[in-house]
Design a protein around this ligand. Structure first.
Ligand code: NAP
Length: 484
């Protein structure tokens, strides 16, 4: 088949793209989705306690506010429902091709279109290819000796085994970051014993979650200006105040570190346990966590916090370098995702058959995180250096979808068949970006996170305020592109 735009992925990014294409009057598009439902990361992450750690007033699209949320921090199932609603409310279902992934996408220079081979063996010719594949969908299992010898059930947090009843089981959770602090309190409620294997402690702030009352919902429905003010207030707070935790200034970080240490002291009475939970690196290096029940869970009699490095896993237990042996019936790997390698499942081949994987081998980079030199008519949502530590990704997705639509409209008006960023424009953008990133806490040599590669290059995060990204992406500068 032939289509104008082929979008890969029907998570929040792909759905946002679909909305903006339709808004611009572009109806000729398909959204390829490997799973049987929309939802992306919210379809995949179903572990107990899974929720969004961005407040809901921010974690929804400005064009699709709803009241389906029960709490200030939306539950995973609610966000999943939201994605289904987006597909319904904006008539995106006719464009969806579920259970069908893009396996190969090759740029045809002569025809100026992408030739996409799907996992169903179909060929789709698309003038424009948009990746909405995201950054956090490749579960990473740790490279620990003996991992495969464990005889009991073992699974990753993003591949939760719901058929398994954890009641009365001895459970080991490896990892103690964003996913772990949400699932650990829930597992501890049912397991006979829970051992948490923490490699690095995290900086953790109070979440201050609470239910959203019916009165509040009624108010938000009737007093639209108040709803807008509420959103703007929270947006500006995280945009300006929370960003301070990531700037490489001692003052900004000190305030947040102090708040986190007060939280730790408030919730953990035992000084030895507090010490184990106190990070020895600056706040903001890794994602700042928000939780009200993680620390109290560690004080439960059925929970052990193990901080010695894991030396090996046997058929029945996890052993540490300090000689401890923790017998476990079940192992949960809350060990995160493959990120900085950008190993997408689709092989994308641009001009002269250069693959994106090869182009990104040393340093994954893009122009504005959206387009890549040598890959004409290829655009991305949530591409390199567009992740955030302090604000909502939905804001970035909206800016990216708007930018892409503006590019498509411009191509139509200017009779452009193909466009890709010039190597110079891409290089300059990345030079400035890396200079700005060098002033953030992520660049600190003492900081290790899924945001940066072993060589120290930060490939995941945007370098400053989201307003700066908004201005950078407001207008498509066609002079930064090779056009034909
Ligand atoms: P993560 O932040 O990468 O954390 C992985 C955890 O596993 C860390 O504690 C890490 O320790 C540990 N680990 C990794 N390899 C290990 C090994 N070999 N031995 C022992 N421990 C090991 O992954 P995540 O918690 O799944 O979160 C990833 C991202 O997903 C978050 O940063 C966030 O952006 C997103 N997320 C969002 C939400 C939300 O509420 N919106 C919820 C969950 C996740 P080290 O710190 O020492 O590496």
């Amino acid at each position: 088949m032939k289509t104008k735009v082929a979008v890969i992925g029907a998570g929040l990014g792909g759905l946002c793209m679909g909305f903006h294409l339709q808004k611009a009057g572009i109806e000729d598009f398909v959204i390829l989705e490997r799973a049987d439902r929309v939802g992306g990361t919210w379809r995949e992450n179903t572990y107990p306690g899974c929720a969004c750690d961005t407040p809901v007033v921010l974690y929804q699209f400005s064009f699709a506010p709803t009241l389906l949320w029960s709490h200030i921090f939306p539950r995973a199932a609610e966000v999943q429902k939201y994605t289904e609603q987006l597909a319904d409310d904006f008539q995106l279902r006719p464009h969806l091709r579920l259970n069908e992934a893009a396996a190969q996408a090759t740029w045809d220079e002569a025809a100026a279109h992408w030739r996409i081979t799907t996992t169903k063996g179909e060929i789709i010719e698309a003038e424009v290819l948009v990746s909405a594949l995201g950054q956090l969908n490749r579960p990473l299992l740790p490279d620990i000796a003996g991992r495969d010898s464990f005889a009991g059930p073992a699974f990753h947090s993003a591949q939760w085994n719901h058929s398994l009843d954890l009641a009365g089981k001895r459970v080991g959770v490896i990892g103690s970051a964003a996913s772990a602090v949400q699932l650990i309190p829930e597992v501890a409620k049912v397991a006979s014993h829970l051992t948490v294997f923490q490699r690095s402690p995290n900086w953790l702030l109070p979440r201050l979650d609470r239910p959203i009352s019916d009165e509040e919902k009624a108010l938000l429905l009737t007093e639209i200006h108040m709803a807008m003010l509420d959103r703007e207030y929270v947006y500006k707070t995280v945009e300006h105040l929370l960003w301070k935790a990531f700037e490489w200034t001692p003052e900004g970080r000190a305030a947040y570190q102090k708040r986190a240490l007060i939280h730790l002291e408030d919730q953990i009475a035992d000084p030895k346990l507090r010490e184990k939970l106190t990070p020895n690196y600056p706040i903001g290096c890794k994602r700042i966590l928000f939780s009200d029940d993680f620390y109290p869970t560690l004080e439960r009699p059925n929970v052990t916090l193990e901080t010695a490095p894991i030396s090996r896993i046997t058929s029945t237990r996890v052993e540490t370098a300090a000689g401890a042996k923790h017998e476990c019936d079940v192992l949960v790997y809350a060990t995160g995702f493959e990120t900085t390698g950008w190993h997408w499942s689709v092989n994308i081949e641009g001009r002269n058959h250069q693959s994106l994987a090869a182009a990104w081998h040393d340093a994954p980079e893009a122009y504005l995180g959206i387009a890549v030199s040598g890959f004409p008519n290829f655009f991305m949502l949530y591409g390199p250096n567009t992740n955030l530590g302090h604000n909502t990704i939905t804001f970035m997705l909206e800016r990216q979808a708007e930018y892409i639509v503006q590019a498509l409209t411009g191509m139509e008006e200017k009779q452009i068949a193909a466009m890709d960023p010039t190597p110079e424009a891409q290089a300059l953008f990345n030079e400035n970006l890396q200079q700005a990133l060098a002033k953030t806490t992520w660049a600190d040599p003492a900081c290790h996170s899924w945001y940066k590669r072993p060589d120290g290059r930060i490939t995941q995060n945007w370098s400053s305020h989201t307003r700066a990204y908004e201005s950078a992406t407001k207008t498509v500068n066609f002079t930064d592109y090779r056009l034909r």
